[in-house]
Unconditional design. Sequence first.
Length: 388
Amino acid sequence: MTTSSPGVSDIAALAAEAGLRRIHVLAWRDLVDIEAGGSELHADRILQLWAEAGLDITMRTSYAQGHPERARRNGYRVVRRSGRFGVFPNAVLSEVAGRHGRRDGLVEIWNGVPFLTPIWARGPKITWIHHVHREMWGMVLSPALAKIGRTFEHRVAPPFYHRNPIVTLSNSSQTEIVDYLGIPSSQISVVHPGIDDFFTPGGERSTIPLMLAVGRLMPSKGFDQLIRIANDLKERVPDLQLVIAGEGYQKPILEAQIAQLDASSWIRLAGRVSDDELRTLYQRAWVVTSASLAEGWGMTLTEAAACGTPSVATDIAGHRDSIDVGRSGLLGSDLRELRAQIAAVLTDDELRSRLSAGAIAHAATLRWSSTAFGTFAPLANDAIRRRS
């Protein structure tokens, strides 16, 4: 078996050794959901490669607007049923009742609210935790519901997971899971996300300074802060352009903010863009930025890196690993430092060129085949341990 760069055949061999063929996955949202983001993309890339390895996969999520309840995508089945909150009890009841057929292994994606698989699920299982939510609860829910969410995440659920294999995306996220959730580090495997080969250097860089941010338009992503930063930088960088790509319920608020600053001529909300459009934006941008408060990984930052574009982002778990600090991009410990770092990249040609070269080198180390194998290994090890 190849250890340096494992692939689909290695997953198939490990699955056969572990006796795993039928895998069920429990997730909050599906990739086609209007609010889908990095977590859903991460799951899809991994499950596609698992399916290519011969695994029979069923993914259970909440209902996705405008899409059928059942579908097949990239070699695996998707069952979309129940609302945002109802998916948790209903998915558990479906699994307990065996409505999706037999399973050899179970994957739970803990996205703020867990499915509590250690309580009710027998057999091999793992849990993916991309990041902890902390302040995010108060940004998306009412105070009463936010308090319930924080309490459930921080105090109620973690004790059940102390012996459950956990997979997370970065070393910094592992530290947060240990410190905030109290889960032993020995139970946690760190597996970095990959980058699609589709994202490569090419095209033409913008002739004027172009700042790019990509993601769901929601408060925790900090797009309003990036707009303020860009507006502050406009005096120093007169030709500056800012493009924000993504959809979300905060769009009207951001539109109003741009209008109030009279910045619609140079700040553009691009909405949801195609893969080709996204790659072109990465290739044309001078810097990709993120002011997010919480991330398991900065997938847009590493995609941009593969296109030769450096990143400047908030110094949070996830960003610390997706950026090779000082080589592929820079971090800001607060908004003032974030603004200063963005200004440095936009105005210093030598720094930008050096970071661009480092970004390409950093991105070359991240492959989805390695991610898929590394994420499958803890599940296989759990199955092998249970048989011994």
